[in-house]
Design a protein around this ligand. Structure first.
Ligand SMILES: [Zn+2]
Ligand SMILES: [Zn+2]
Length: 255
């Protein structure tokens, strides 16, 4: 992929933000943590908040939106999200409204030369979506985190992507043995919760067969997973492609 950058600025239950640059078009997916954390992580990888043309939000959980209020106070960056997620966001902050662009769960938005398309994902929020980013070359990048399981829509949208960011949230044994209360373990492991390492890696051969060459495992649980465990599960398949793990507290460059 020529002239494309994709960097996870940080990832996991403490906050998520991914920076994508295609030529001179620069966008963010999600804006968790503080504005200060977001802008300094972005600067550290050569980005600049003033060049960001749009922010695309997957869903309204705080680890995906907590920088939005301050960002909206200081910058006029269009923020795209579904109507149902927006209702929840607007219940707690008024500033975001001025930059907000609401959509149905299936929407398409052109940002310069790239085309961002959403698709619904199974998660325990009011609404949740993943994205594909269509490039001028005809290639695409796929993005899906906070997904309880791999649905038909996720397959249809992610297959054929050159690069994919996909959730690999927890190791099943670590979740089972871990400190979380029983109700939370059930929630995380449910079909509308988070994707396990096992379910993630079971999907990877399909991605590779469809042409995917770069995969970033993302939204790892800090309690119920480690980068080594997530990578071990994905690498055990010997897929012969580039696989990396998005770190919780530091930028991870996929492309
Ligand atoms: Zn969530
Ligand atoms: Zn999340």
């Amino acid at each position: 992929m020529e002239n494309v950058s994709l960097v996870s600025l940080y990832s996991g239950s403490k906050g998520n933000c991914t920076y994508i640059r295609v030529g001179s078009d620069e966008i963010l997916i999600d804006a968790g943590r503080s504005m200060r954390a977001l802008t300094s992580a972005l600067t550290s990888v050569g980005g600049d908040i003033s060049r960001i043309k749009a922010i695309f939000i997957t869903h309204e959980h705080s680890d995906h939106i907590s920088a939005l209020e301050m960002l909206s106070k200081k910058f006029r960056i269009p923020i795209h999200m579904t109507e149902d997620s927006a209702k929840k966001v607007l219940a707690t902050t008024s500033y975001v409204k001025s930059n907000l662009i609401c959509h149905s769960p299936l929407f398409e938005e052109k940002i310069g030369d790239i085309t961002v398309r959403s698709f619904p994902t199974p998660h325990d929020s009011d609404m949740s979506v993943g994205y594909t980013i269509g490039l001028p070359s005809g290639e695409k990048i796929g993005y899906a985190t906070d997904i309880g399981h791999i649905t038909r829509e996720i397959r249809e949208n992610l297959l054929g992507s050159s690069a994919v960011v996909i959730e690999s949230n927890h190791d099943l044994q670590m979740l089972h043995d871990g400190p979380y209360p029983a109700w939370l373990k059930v929630r995380i492991g449910s079909p509308r919760g988070h994707l396990s390492n096992a379910d993630c890696s079971a999907f990877l051969p399909e991605l590779v067969a469809s042409g995917t060459r770069d995969i970033l495992l993302a939204h790892l649980s800090g309690e119920n997973n480690t980068p080594a465990e997530a990578l071990k599960a994905a690498m055990s398949l010997n897929l012969g492609i580039h696989i990396d793990v998005a770190r919780e507290g530091e930028p991870t460059r996929l492309i």
